[in-house]
Design a protein around this ligand. Structure first.
Ligand SMILES: Nc1ncnc2c1ncn2[C@@H]1O[C@H](COP(=O)(O)OP(=O)(O)OP(=O)(O)O)[C@@H](O)[C@H]1O
Ligand SMILES: [Mg+2]
Length: 270
């Protein structure tokens, strides 16, 4: 989908994203509390962790939605902290939201067209072709919504809205795609299609960071998993390493060795 970068040089060792000592503080509460995270080029990294762990806040910090109190976020060697949201999009970082944000009154194609223009500067914006440009068509094909281009976005199912949101980001040609719980509320079949979509996107050269709760999905599609808890990185490893980690089981359990939390722990461990 996206070509390798020209100009910007990746950090040594193939790291695309290097986060160091990142802190995000809300009224004295440390939602992200000293996170170090490295994501390599062409990786699909899964980020898991209990509710309130700080996963979305971390993505908000990467994309400029919240301002870190401390730390560094280097993307292709360049510092993202202090850049504005649209500058980060133009640098090649795209994201979806936990709740899909599509323009319901517009058609599917118009939604992607509007999103495609977000990356452009004013001179390009004024000259840009509109409608079904190759980038817009390719993004709709990638997510399997090409036959629904003229449908009003408000009529789409929940799963289709999630895919539309992915298409809206893909048309901007990101080299890093951040997906916040992309399969939440989806049917089993939609989850499968989404997992295949993520794998395909990564295979075409876009690095993907996926926040996910659904352990079945993680087991099926993840290779490397990072676990967050209370604003910090708890551990990182393969799916089986993470599943076997005693501390991970305990944070999902909520109350260690309490029978009432056993279901959640079994979910991670099984
Ligand atoms: N804008 C904000 N102002 C104050 N507190 C916030 C804000 N955004 C997030 N928080 C708090 O920061 C913590 C981390 O929230 P965050 O949404 O990042 O968690 P999460 O890991 O994405 O959880 P979930 O799995 O439920 O989506 C939570 O305690 C949340 O209440
Ligand atoms: Mg979240």
């Amino acid at each position: 989908m996206s070509a390798p970068t020209a100009g910007a040089s990746p950090a040594a060792g193939g790291a695309l994203l290097e986060i160091r000592g990142l802190k995000v503080v809300f009224d004295g509460f440390h939602a992200v509390d000293g996170v170090d995270l490295t994501v390599e080029q062409n990786e699909v990294r899964f980020l898991i962790g209990p509710n309130g762990a700080g996963k979305t806040t971390l993505v908000d910090a990467i994309t400029g939605l919240v301002k870190p109190a401390a730390g560094s976020i280097r993307f292709e060697g360049g510092e993202l902290v202090k850049r504005r949201e649209h500058q980060i999009v133009r640098a090649g970082v795209g994201r979806t939201f936990q709740t899909p944000t599509v323009f319901e009154q517009l058609t599917v194609l118009e939604n992607v067209d509007v999103a495609a223009s977000f990356r452009l500067g004013l001179p390009q914006l004024l000259r840009r072709p509109r409608g079904a440009t190759p980038a817009v068509t390719a993004a709709l094909e990638a997510v399997g919504l090409d036959a629904l281009g003229d449908a009003q976005a408000g009529t789409l199912s929940h799963g289709q809205r999630q895919w539309l949101e992915v298409a809206m980001v893909l048309c901007q040609g990101p080299r890093l795609l951040l997906l916040d719980e992309p399969v939440a509320g989806m049917t089993g079949e939609e989850r499968l299609r989404t997992g295949e979509l993520i794998t395909r996107i990564a295979g075409e050269g876009t690095t993907v960071l996926v926040i996910e709760h659904d352990m079945d999905f993680v087991r099926r599609f993840a290779t490397r998993v990072t676990v967050m808890h209370e604003g910090r990185i708890l551990t990182e490893g393969t799916v089986s390493e993470v599943q076997q980690d005693e501390t991970v089981r305990e944070v999902y359990l909520g109350r260690p060795r309490d029978a009432r939390g056993a279901g959640a722990a079994a979910e991670v461990a099984s």
